[in-house]
Design a protein. Sequence first.
Length: 389
Amino acid sequence: MKRKVVILMRNLKMGGAEKVLISFLKNFDREMYDVSLILHTVEGELVKEVPSDVDIKGLVPKENGLFSKIYRATFKRILFYVPKLLEITNRVDSSTVVISFMEGISTHIASIYKKNPKIAWIHTDVSTNPWADSSYRSITQQERIYNSYDKIVFVSEGGKNGFMSKFPQVNTDKTIIHNVIDSREIQNKSLIVDDNYSEWLRLTDNTFRVISVGRADPVKRFDLLIEAFKNASESTVMPLSLTIIGNGSYFNKLKDIVNKNNLSNVFLLGMKFNPMPYVKSSDLFVNSSLVESYPTVIGEALILGVPVLATKNGGSEEILEDGRFGELIENTADVSTLSANVVGAVNNVKDLKSKALSAQSHFSMTKVLSEYSQLINKVSADRNTLKNE
């Protein structure tokens, strides 16, 4: 008989954790598991990527009207103060394995299923990126909720260490499983171009193409990258171009920086459902983020054979194996330091290319999916053993 699994997620807007979830949903063993999805709001570019055999349920409306805003506010108050009511109205069988696939409200909601075996996934370093704290009344409540889980999964050693430093009172068993990265799909998607790709190729023709991909928010430090690129492009004989793919709260500020400095060789493309052709056609991938747990975007660049320069942020050291697969610099780097390292990467691109190519066989989706299965089966079996004692 198939084991039932329910996965909770905030939404399916474009992001690293969301893309990892989609990879799992497309590739889990259909003979072993019956998987369904509960989203806080059914919205995001990746909703259409969910396989047809995975049921999706939404908890609150995504619209921005007055009724929807009142509904969302009421839902949060119920979650904070009367969570039992949510369990009654959103029942799942007690043998179902419940997975919160991301820190924050997903973890809070999943905790209402007290009788179920539960797994919590953490996709960031919560000690330096505390965005999820707003989903709880207090740190004490957050600790209590994490202690109600059977297992906590981190996608990197750095993420685990950051969690333990912030929540020393959480005694739940912890493990590390790297993100699912589907190499074949990444290669296939790199061949599917959109309507704007040819124009981008033309505009960046005869330049050394530097690229970065991620949400446009302060933690990604695209502002630092743009300023550093400006200096670097003035220090190289070869013409450079910088392309940033991603949308978010910081996007307009990035546009202001580009316009203020008249940077005609910087291209802010916004959100791209499939950035792979742009990454594949680039000469250098730069990750300037302050915090990463296990940056899937770096893995995607390596799979496409693109050299990588990244700031040390926990996850980048792990995925690049401390410099084996790419160049690492301190995450305290200022504009001058990052600029000098971009110039150095341009001049040393052949060696970085060799490092990237050597990483391609490193990503095994089969191995990671097996680790997912072993975890789900063990958590379910352990909870059943406790019930029978």
